[in-house]
Write a protein that binds this ligand. Structure first.
Ligand code: ZN
Length: 154
């Protein structure tokens, strides 16, 4: 990847960490998930509302932590809003590949999320990038109520 593109990616990440999109409490959330990444000190609180078909109608988050964790959450909420379950799981897998697999070509469906691909060079940051995604995975699994997840094994 050339330096110019890397710089551009950096800018997008900083922009999303400073001015996160879909940031705030989701008043009528069906499920709320608290995500913790103790290795870095990142926290994400995710609220999700489902549509009649079980897809993600609305998704918002609050939290604090490193730029990678917050930008990943911000970009993720933009990407997953309005997506059905299968699309969400597909994107989760594609994103995980993007941040872990050197050989992974970024599928077009990921859109702006491609800016996170630099994380693959820093294995300790993968948990930061995946935190919001693990939270949304838990939200889908649980469907209702409250949950907590951690990137560290219990
Ligand atoms: Zn972090």
């Amino acid at each position: 990847m050339n330096a110019e593109i890397e710089e551009l990616y950096q800018e997008v990440i900083l922009d999303h960490s400073r001015r996160p999109r879909n940031f705030g409490e989701l008043a009528d959330a069906a499920v709320r998930v608290h995500g913790d990444n103790p290795a870095c000190g990142d926290e994400i609180h995710l609220g999700v509302k489902f549509d009649a078909g079980g897809g993600l109608q609305d998704i918002k988050f609050t939290g604090h932590g490193c730029a990678i964790s917050q930008a990943s959450a911000s970009l993720m909420t933009m990407k997953l809003s309005g997506k059905n379950r299968a699309e969400v799981m597909e994107m989760l897998q594609a994103f995980h590949n993007l941040v872990t697999d050197e050989r992974s070509e970024a599928p077009k469906t990921l859109g702006d999320l491609v800016v996170m691909r630099g994380v693959r060079k820093f294995p300790q940051r993968v948990k930061c990038a995946m935190l919001a995604w693990r939270a949304v995975e838990q939200a889908l699994e649980q469907g209702t109520g409250e949950a907590s997840i951690s990137t560290e094994p219990a």
